[in-house]
Design a protein around this ligand. Structure first.
Ligand code: COA
Length: 313
């Protein structure tokens, strides 16, 4: 079916750990409120000198090391991000420079917000399948420095997000199952920020919650239908880590035990495009994700956008 095989993963979190109690010192909030509504207990923010690029480079380095591959095997590098440090060069080109990727490597960033990593995987698969890439492997990353877009006096938003980067090395596998489903509902009001007129992230939290719970179960079912698989035939389910209650509602709609869905937002908050590869890296390194397993990844978020793909570990 020409799906993607996961050869290695790596992650990099920045140095400043901020707990819910830390926020409660400066904001009218509490660990009880934040953890109860979202599952989040702490997140990491970039310290002085740390950037989306520095996190991305380190995550990519660790993923190549985990895959046991040198940079010469990389035919393309795609970084999913909506918080690159500057407009150009792309984060992918900064990874290219730092890791000494070949001149023949195709490098670009994609912005699909929290759906970014899933979108980047499908982009990588199509490019590899097209047969024009010079190397057999793709480095696919999610890297975000969301702290630069947070209004730290807005308790309804700033407690939800975190910075981080994670990377996956993938290659085509003719035996691996594949299906990809994407959608968008263009909406510049529900979740936005980073512009001249709206420098800080702002959102209609309840609206985004409803949107996610409505679209993601439908997306997951559509991925399974396309691949001719049932949920029981999928070994691991990894949704974007925005909110534990969103994941529980998705599980309920699918008639699944929520424990089947990986959760790590308690440690990292919502790291947008980095959240799914962060989960994959944790699962791989802890032994939860084993070679040969099938993973279904589903992202959703600003745009509004959503998407789901399969991956063979
Ligand atoms: N601490 C304490 N109280 C807070 C708070 C905080 N950090 N943030 C908001 N509140 C307050 C609100 O001001 C409001 O108070 P009021 O009733 O006096 O006006 C109250 O809590 C309820 O706010 P509401 O926004 O209705 O809460 P909620 O149950 O919808 O939870 C979210 C808010 C943001 C946690 C929830 O809507 C959510 O998770 N949405 C999805 C957001 C998301 O994941 N976005 C990214 C997707 S990629």
């Amino acid at each position: 079916m020409n799906g993607l095989q996961l050869l290695g993963t790596g992650r990099c979190l920045p140095g400043r750990r901020v707990t819910n109690d830390d926020f409660a010192r400066t904001l009218d909030t509490s660990d009880e409120w934040i953890a109860g509504r979202t599952g989040i207990r702490q997140r990491y923010f970039c310290a002085e000198g740390e950037t989306a690029a520095s996190l991305a480079v380190e995550a990519a380095r660790r993923a190549l090391e985990d895959a046991g591959l040198g940079p010469e095997k990389v035919g393309l590098c795609i970084v999913a991000t909506f918080t690159a440090d500057r407009n150009t060069p792309s984060l992918a080109c900064q990874v290219h420079q730092a890791l000494g990727l070949p001149e023949t490597a195709f490098c670009l960033d994609v912005n699909a917000a929290c759906t970014g990593f899933v979108a980047a995987l499908e982009t990588a698969r199509c490019l590899l399948l097209g047969g024009q890439m010079a190397g057999p492997c793709a480095l696919v990353l999610g890297a975000e420095k969301i702290s630069g877009l947070l209004d730290f006096s807005d308790r309804s938003t700033c407690v939800l997000f975190g910075d981080g980067a994670a990377a996956a090395v993938v290659r085509l596998d003719p035996q691996a199952p594949w299906a990809a489903v994407f959608g968008a509902r263009g909406d510049s009001r529900m979740l936005h920020g980073g512009g001249k007129e709206d420098p800080y992230l702002a959102m209609d939290g309840r609206g985004v919650f409803r949107f996610a719970v409505e679209t993601v179960p439908v997306c997951i079912r559509a991925v399974l239908d396309k691949a001719g698989l049932t949920l029981d035939q999928v070994d691991q389910l990894v949704c974007h880590q925005a909110n534990s209650r969103i994941i529980h509602s998705i599980a309920k709609k699918l008639g699944q035990d929520p424990a089947r869905f990986y959760e790590n937002m308690q440690r990292y908050g919502n790291t947008s495009a980095a959240s799914i590869p962060l989960a994959l890296d944790e699962m791989r390194r802890s032994g939860q994700l084993q070679a040969g397993q099938t993973v279904l990844c589903a992202g959703f978020g600003a745009g509004l956008t959503w998407g789901g793909v399969l991956l063979r570990a």
